[in-house]
Design a protein around this ligand. Structure first.
Ligand code: SF4
Length: 302
């Protein structure tokens, strides 16, 4: 392993490449990355690395696409070219267009977990942390919110004055957490804070202590006086939480829940992709232009 890690470090210098890794990536990839974060933090980071010749995105497809949309002139590589996101795949562009047609004039607010094509037909994008703010500030009574219905539930609770037309999508990883996991966690660690992601089912959100995005979880873990935390999100985040807070304890809510797409990026694939400069993310100018508009509109409403 030492050897391949050194080879990748060498390639980063030779190719003038920046490696970005999502919080759910395997520890070896997180340790090698120049930056780790959630999908939007990484896409933003990508706009700051002006001198880099290429961006290597260790995550799933929609994330690498978002980095490309915000950095059209840069070469963006996705080492795990087959790493999709089943949640993003639940919103097909033709179905979104149909729903728009059925609801003329109603704006589409899309979670960043969508394809570039869906972003291109959306009015504004959002993340799990800014979604309530965006829906609150958009100057209309009704919005189409897609693709995650659990995030939609979280938003609706905080913005009861608006009507949300929800898409029937979900993340299979976050839906695996059960009320029984929560009950057992409380019994076992009564002094721990239970923090879950808004992609979890409503009853999990309603019975947790906090419902936060991954960046919100990292912030809460740092600032809280609590020494123990039970975390309801993909297990990869626990590695980073432990690394950044070695004096605190972190436990997964129930069994560790794994997103297999996030684990498709291996050291071997990363090295090969960098060596051969394969798996480049290609998007048409038109898609980039329209999707960029939806991403940039997000800034307007936060
Ligand atoms: S954890 Fe869920 S939302 Fe995130 S990439 Fe995996 S399937 Fe998609």
């Amino acid at each position: 392993m030492e050897k391949i890690v050194d080879q990748i470090k060498k390639l980063k210098i030779e190719k003038n490449a920046v490696v970005l890794a999502h919080n759910y990536q395997i520890p070896e990839i997180q340790d090698l990355a120049d930056f780790t974060g959630d999908s939007l933090e990484l896409a933003r980071k990508a706009t700051e690395v002006k001198d880099a010749a290429m961006i290597v995105f260790c995550g799933v497809r929609f994330m690498a696409e978002t980095a490309k949309i915000l950095n059209q002139e840069k070469k963006v590589l996705l080492p795990a070219y087959d790493a999709g996101c089943p949640l993003a795949d639940m919103a097909k562009v033709e179905d979104v267009l149909k729903l728009k047609e059925e609801n003329p004039g109603v704006p589409v607010v899309s979670y960043v977990n969508t394809s570039a094509e869906v972003k291109a037909v959306s009015d504004v994008c959002c993340t799990s942390s800014n979604a309530p703010k965006i829906v609150k500030n958009i100057p209309v009574d009704t919005v189409i919110f897609l693709p995650d219905k659990n995030l939609g539930y979280f938003v609706q609770k905080q913005v009861p004055e608006k009507r949300l037309i929800l898409w029937d999508g979900y993340c299979f990883v976050h839906r695996m957490f059960t009320l029984n996991d929560l009950k057992k966690g409380r019994e076992r660690y009564p002094d721990a804070e239970i923090i879950v992601h808004p992609e979890c089912d409503p009853e999990i959100q309603d019975n947790a202590d906090f419902v936060l995005s991954t960046s919100g979880m990292l912030k809460r873990a740092k600032e809280s006086q609590s020494k123990k935390f039970i975390i309801g999100t993909e297990e990869g985040l626990i590695y980073r939480l432990k690394k950044e807070n070695p004096e605190k304890e972190f436990f997964s809510l129930g069994a560790a829940r794994v997103c297999f797409n996030m684990k498709k990026t291996t050291l071997e694939r990363l090295k090969e992709c960098m060596e051969k400069e394969t798996n480049e993310v290609i998007l048409s100018d038109e898609i980039v232009k329209k999707a960029k508009h939806a991403l940039e509109s997000m800034i307007k409403y936060i």
